[in-house]
Structure formats: C-alpha cells, structure tokens
Design a protein around this ligand. Sequence first.
Ligand code: ATP
Length: 633
Amino acid sequence: SKKETEFDPQMAAFWKPGEHVPFIFLASAFDMISDESGRLAMTNILCNVFRTVISTTPQDLLAVVNLSANRIAPAHEGVELGIGDAAIIKVLTEAYGRKDEQIKAQLKTLGDLGSVAKCSRSSQKLMFKPAPLTCMKVLDTFNEIAKEAGNQSQDKKRARMKALLVAATDCEPLYLVRLLQSKLRIGLAEKTVLAALAHAAVLSEVPKVPPAQLAARLEEAEEIMKHTYSVLPIYEQIIDAVLKFGICKLSEVCSFKLGVPVGPMLAKPTTGVSEVLNKFQDMDFTCEYKYDGERAQIHYMEDGTIQIYSRNAEHNTGKFPDIVAAMPRFMKPGVTSFVLDCEVVAYDREKNKILPFQILSTRARKGVSLNTIKVQVCLFAFDLLYLNGHPLLHEQLNVRREHLYASFLEVDGEFRFATAKNSNDLEEIQKFLEDAIDHSCEGLIVKTLTKDATYEPAKRSNNWLKLKKDYMTSTGDSLDLVPIGAFYGRGKRVGVYGAFLLACYDEDREEFQSICKIGTGFSEAVLEERSTTLRSHVIDQPKSYYRYGETIGVDVWFDEVEVWEVKAADLSISPVHRAAIGLVDSSKGISLRFPRLVRLREDKTPVEATSAEQVAELYRAQKINHGTADENE
Ligand code: ATP
C-alpha cells in the first residue's frame, strides 16, 4: 500500500495497456483495504488502483469504480440483482460440487458466504485453468443477472453466477459473493471512492501538478467531485467528463438534470429555541413544521411523467401511484416541469388529521395499485429545486419559496405547503413549536431565508436546524445507531438476545464506534424479530473497523446491517464507549444514558447512521443547555 503520490507503475504490469482490467487486480486491492482501518490509507490504495486503470485501460475505469462503490447502476435507476442468500448457497453447491449441509455448516463458523466461497474454491482441484475474470465481465454479468425476469429467471440468474464463480480464483470468490450480496464489508464508504477518484484524476494530469500546489489541488478536486456527485450521482457521466476535460471542468460539464435525484439537504439538531436564535443571529430565518413521514423528491418531466425518489435516491414511484395520479391537480397552469422536495405523511381525510409515521410504513414498497390503497397520504411541500427548465438550487430559500407558492395549489388533505412562520421572537417560536406538536408534527425545521440559504444537496447544513419536542427532556434529537454486537439474555429473555451494543459511525475514520448498551424499548415481539434477523449476521470476530472498550464483554458480534432509531435521556463522557473519541475528549468516548428503541430505520444504511461529529455536537449543545452528567468511572 504505497502512498498515492508514490504511484507504482509496476501495478500496471498485471496486464497490458488496452486489455481489460483483471478482476483479481481489484479483488487484491479490496484485500489490502480490508486490512486498513484509516480512511487515508484506504483512499491511497484505491487512488492507485484508479490511476493504474487510467494509465492503461481508461475505458474500464467506469466498471472498476462501480465495483468499488458496490453498484451496478446509479441508485435512481433501481437496478437490483434480485438474489438472496439461499440462491447463492445453491450456486456454491453447484459451482464447487459441495453439499448444501457442508456450506451451511461452514457458514455458521465463518459467518460470511464470501469466506465460504473462498474456502470452497481453494479446496477444489482444478482440471483446467479458467480464463481470468475481468472487471468488465463481472459488471456486465451483474447487469445481465439484474435483467433476468419472468419464467425461470432464478435459474438463469444462478447459471450466470455459477459461470463467474467457476472462473474465480484466489480471493476473487470472496468479493464476487459479497458484491452479489451488495455488501463488500471492507469498510469502504462511497465517500472514499469519490475522494480516491478525485485524487486519481489530479495525479493523472499532464503536465504534472507542481508538488507545492498538490495538497491544495487534491483537496479542491475532492470537493468538486463530492459536490458533482451530490447533484448528478451518475458515475458514467462523471468519469466520461473527467477523462475528457479534467476535474476542473467537472462541475461545468456535469450539473443537475431533471429526472436524476439530487442528494437531499439535511438538518442539524439543536436543543432549544435559544440555541437557534444564537446560531441565526442577524439572519433572516423561517420556521416550518417538521412533518413525520417520508421524504419524497418528485420530478415532473416535460412529457408529463413523474418519478418519486426516496431520501436515498431510490425509486418510490411504485409506492405512491395515488400521488402520481393526483399531481396534475396540484399544479397551476403554465407549470411544465419541476422538482419538488416534500414530506409524504399518512393522513386521515375524514378527521382531517395527520397520522403517525408507523401507519405510512405499512404501505408496500413497490407495485402498489391505486384501488387497493388503504392508507391515504397528504403531501407537505417545503422546497422547489427546479421549475420549467430552470434549476433553482442556487436561489435563496425566499425565492424558491415564492416559486413554490406561485406554481402549486393547496388541496385539502392531499397537498399543502409546509406551515411556516417567519419570526425571531423566542416566545413566538416556542409557541409555534408547541402548535407543531399539537398538529402531530415532530417539531420545527428552522431555515435561513435570504442569505446563505441556497439548497445544499446531500449536505447536513448549518442553515437548516431541527428543533424537536424532546429537546427539554432528552438529548434534543433521536440518534440512528447500528447494532454491532449483543449480550445473551437472562431470565425471561433466554433464547433471544438480552441487550445489544450500538454504535455511531465516524465518517472520517470510517469506523463504527460503540455508544451504548440497549436493553429497553423493545416489546417481546420486536426483540424476537430483531434477534432473528441479526442472528443470521453473526460474525466470528469484531470487524477491524469496530471500535469499543475492551471491558464491554460482548457475547456475539454482528455484521453492520441495520439502523435503529434510539432516544436517550442524555449524553455523557464514558471511559467504556468510543463514540466521538478525540472530538470532545482525547481518550474517552461519549455514551448515551437510558437509551430506548424507537424504531427500525429501513430507509438508512449503516454508513448513514448518526455520525461521530453529530454525537459530539449533541454533547456540546447539551452541555450549554443543561450541563452534563458524565460517568466518573
Ligand atoms: P436526517 O434526515 O437529518 O439524517 P432523519 O432522517 O432522522 O435525519 P430528521 O433529522 O428527523 O430525519 O429530520 C429531517 C427530515 O425531516 C427530512 O429529511 C424530511 O424528511 C423531514 N421534514 C419534515 N418536514 C420538513 C420540512 N419542513 N423541511 C425539511 N425537512 C422536513
């Protein structure tokens, strides 16, 4: 693992320029990355991989980047492999001539089908040497697997997987299987892939960037890359532009496009109205009700088609055929295209009342048909990102809002503008917050209005602050945490896990840091359900990117697979946990006191869990507002 600036041309000796990049080249890099825990080291390895590809076979860069990001297509295209672990087990028996029971027994000890595949391959005697796999071949086959539909599609999918596994050698089966499961599990976040790609672009420039300017150029390129990806998350277009025009021109060539979801702007938590007033001193700002539903980014194309995207840029159009059908009734004459940012909320139209989030989550994820809909929804629109051919992202919120109000019509129980109030009076805001709660909202989102008020895609911005009702009694906001381990139950809870170890995610170090043990807030049914799911994700040893105190005494470890929303009484400095270590205290972490489970966050992936930085911010805010109760152990 050389530093990225010490590019090693030997790496390219793996294959001849112009030939397709061998998959073993990337798989070996994944192996190296899995041994690293630092983001910098991972970026360096991946950057060198990308540079090698750029200097030899640039036409394969897209495939290499897609595989590194564990994607087969951009998220909004909704391309899914559609295979489960059972299918993979069957393929392993067929490809490696092993018995189903053998595979399952080994899975229990190794805890990961990828490792089972690797062992199966290395214990198999080969009659002939198969043609080496290339990254292009792997990605093309994944796309073919995703496309198989209809009769016997599962058989055809398995046949394609088998062909890949038969040709795989060394560590290739491990990563093939994990890619097929859409989980690389080497701690590589997309942020790192973007950084590595940006660095590789700069370091491949001719003439070379002078050493004195290099650090600044790398940083600038990373920013450009991340911003571009947040408005146009399509590697194909980004890589094409980088290879043709260089990274400096990237934001000119690749910009927002109707039909492609931008990353949603996110809010930062606060613990009270006075904190909001402090942060937004001398600024114009507005308070809006914070509705408790599901975020929807609605794209209306010139030809009248509508696409609805979730918070994670996934296709949600099939979940909301009622919104698609009703949308034209909400548009004023003259509106030909738009992108609307809003919250879909379950709604009782007879009683004219917002219903809890849990009711909305009973709707199927896709394929909902208009005449079977039981849960009605109302849209609460709060932003407009595009109108009639013009992006509005760079406009201030007051301008975007004027366009929003001028382009749509409110319809009772179906489409409303988010209730808003412009005030900088503490008592008035306090009253507005209480009104929001009375109207079944979670609290307020307070937004800058006329200055520093552009739409910041995919960013948790200082210009949007959330104010939740719990701020007086608890941490001010719930946290979204990842179960990474569990403790066996005792007494009534024998047979299920008695408590779980939760972790937040440190985005810079790319590690999951333990934050608390949680054993309450579960009904028996929920406990059983979570235990059952997590039992199939038990691993032998904690991941190299899990950080926790040695005294925790966890009974089993899990792969990071799901996100739980958790509320707590407060945060305290802890000698045991490692959340936000180094941010508030140099050697101690932060822990949650009295945590309880609110719900499973199906719309978040583990790397989208509450970040270490957010934990530190919540801690600091709490200290200012209420003092602390640090553990003195
Ligand atoms: P985050 O989205 O910040 O990671 P989260 O998913 O837990 O965290 P919250 O922090 O509770 O969500 O709040 C942000 C979400 O609130 C938005 O993503 C959006 O779905 C929802 N929301 C409801 N009303 C509004 C509003 N008026 N303006 C912006 N977002 C709103």
